[in-house]
Ligand binder design. Structure first.
Ligand code: ZN
Length: 173
């Protein structure tokens, strides 16, 4: 079990474009995914992207039954998503509160596509193809943004809805 240090906003590695995974059979990918799981669990997060632990590969993990950080969110299946492609299903966007393990202590209201299709591979190279909406769609868009060097504050339009979690939502982390 290896809990890695999560890079924080300001680190240039969070701003880089991640590269596609080509080797699905090697031990390197297994180790990366194990480390990401351990790190996300230790931090109590609902998702993590490889660049957040300093690895520039297109790998994200997400999912939870019940989240302390997002107590009102419906559950999201635990997923490893590699080389993802996201396609919005319509033009509708919706605002929702987001935080990020790389931007600790803060939350912001972020517009995202309401419903998306996402495709990619799982850790065994098997195809994933899902159409989702709501918080599930939001988490996937947030994590995949990391693969393109984008952090959620870059998407905030209304900066009156950006602040410290403990002030905005007393009792939440
Ligand atoms: Zn994040």
């Amino acid at each position: 079990m290896t809990v890695k240090t999560i890079l924080r906003m300001g680190d240039p590695r969070l701003l880089q474009q991640a590269q596609p995974v080509t080797d699905f059979a090697g031990a390197e990918l297994r180790t990366l995914i194990d480390d990401m799981r351990d790190t996300m669990q230790a931090a109590g997060g609902v998702g993590l992207a490889a660049p957040q632990i300093g690895v520039g590969l297109q790998v994200v993990i997400f999912g939870f039954q019940q989240s302390v950080r997002y107590p009102d969110a419906e559950s999201v299946p635990e997923t490893v998503l590699i080389n993802p492609v996201i396609t919005p299903l319509d033009d509708e966007t919706e605002d929702g509160w987001e935080g990020c393990l790389s931007v600790p202590g803060l939350r912001g209201l972020v517009p995202r596509s309401r419903a998306i299709r996402y495709q990619g591979r799982d850790e065994n190279g098997q195809a994933i193809d899902r159409s989702v909406s709501g918080f599930h769609a939001r988490v996937v868009q947030h994590e995949c943004d990391h693969l393109q060097g984008r952090l959620y504050p870059m998407r905030i339009r209304d900066f009156t809805k950006f602040g410290f979690t403990e002030v905005l939502f007393p009792g939440l982390e």
